[in-house]
Ligand binder design. Sequence first.
Ligand SMILES: Cc1cc2nc3c(=O)[nH]c(=O)nc-3n(C[C@H](O)[C@H](O)[C@H](O)COP(=O)(O)OP(=O)(O)OC[C@H]3O[C@@H](n4cnc5c(N)ncnc54)[C@H](O)[C@@H]3O)c2cc1C
Length: 341
Amino acid sequence: MIKVAIVGAGPAGSYCAYKLAENSMYPFVFDYSHPREKPCGGLVPPGAEELFPFLKSLPIPHSERSTMTMITPIGRRVVIGFRKGNLMGVSRLKFDQYVLDMAVNEGANLVEEKVIGLERKYGWWKVRTQRQSYSVKTLVGADGVNSMVRRNIVGSLSRMDKGVCFGYFVKGLENEDVTIKFLPGKKGYMWIIPRGDDTSIGVGSAEIRHAHELKKELDSFINSFCPQSEKTAEWTALIPNVKDTKTFHIPIAGSNWILIGDAAGHVDPITGSGIVYALLGGELAAGAIAEGNPQMFNEMWIKKYGKQLLLSTKLRGWVYKQPLLEFYCIYLKVQNATPFA
Ligand SMILES: Cc1cc2nc3c(=O)[nH]c(=O)nc-3n(C[C@H](O)[C@H](O)[C@H](O)COP(=O)(O)OP(=O)(O)OC[C@H]3O[C@@H](n4cnc5c(N)ncnc54)[C@H](O)[C@@H]3O)c2cc1C
């Protein structure tokens, strides 16, 4: 019987595995996809390195910026500096592999198989992959926005609670500032995020119905802003974007299971920031499992970062109103503050 199985080796699953292994619990991590690039901005907020010391000396190509440029709905450019720490831009190919390697080097077991079935037994789980079945005592669902673990236990995130993103990885913009251009009509924004070796340039909207318009809007932005950039990959992706606080009140842990990261819906619905919540969720889940009480994760995440996600969920409709966005950018500049916490 496997004591702990983690489905998904993104930042949530791998960091959870790392923290468990550090505590001499050696989980099995199921993921068939590595090495893989994930469609993502790759932006890690200032201050994250205080929470996760391994970020202070990240030995993979990445960018660091002490400022960010925001382009407001009326086209005003506002440059924001940060009081503490830098913004980092990372490639998810390299970042996710790095966190997974940390876990494996600490003693976690990587099973390079896709989980295709899940059965709840009396006090344990039967986890089925394409090759075989595993008996598991405690199960962690870290398998992303379309989590099959979540679907089997509490039901999937609804279409309403997802947003959509479209974009490219490009070469030639590696010296740009991190740039955010707001799209109030689409409740979203475009981004340029240098990641060291290349740059993520994309657009995200809280509303899936805008998907077909996003590509046109992004392409016309690229044609006017950076026609010299060379596209190396194109992608479309879903992202958790919880619109009703009730979603966050659904339990995401029980006596022998926990959902973390995107599988839990833990992405800021205004900024789209999820990497730090994935790492935080992974760390807290490892703590709850080590205590022998996975269910306590329900209170732990609310206490640590839940208030912030709930507040963003309540404010998301207001923030994207055009005059408020103008004010928001000026406010951030005056505060010398970070919009991604
Ligand atoms: C376009 C886009 C841009 C974004 N930009 C940013 C940003 O700039 N900054 C930020 O902080 N956040 C950003 N996010 C959010 C961020 O990417 C996620 O919140 C973060 O990746 C969540 O990590 P995770 O480990 O929960 O899930 P994921 O990173 O999605 O990892 C899930 C893993 O589970 C595996 N898996 C899935 N199903 C199975 C299965 N059945 N069996 C085995 N393995 C399985 C997958 O292969 C994958 O490796 C962005 C998201 C998108 C879509």
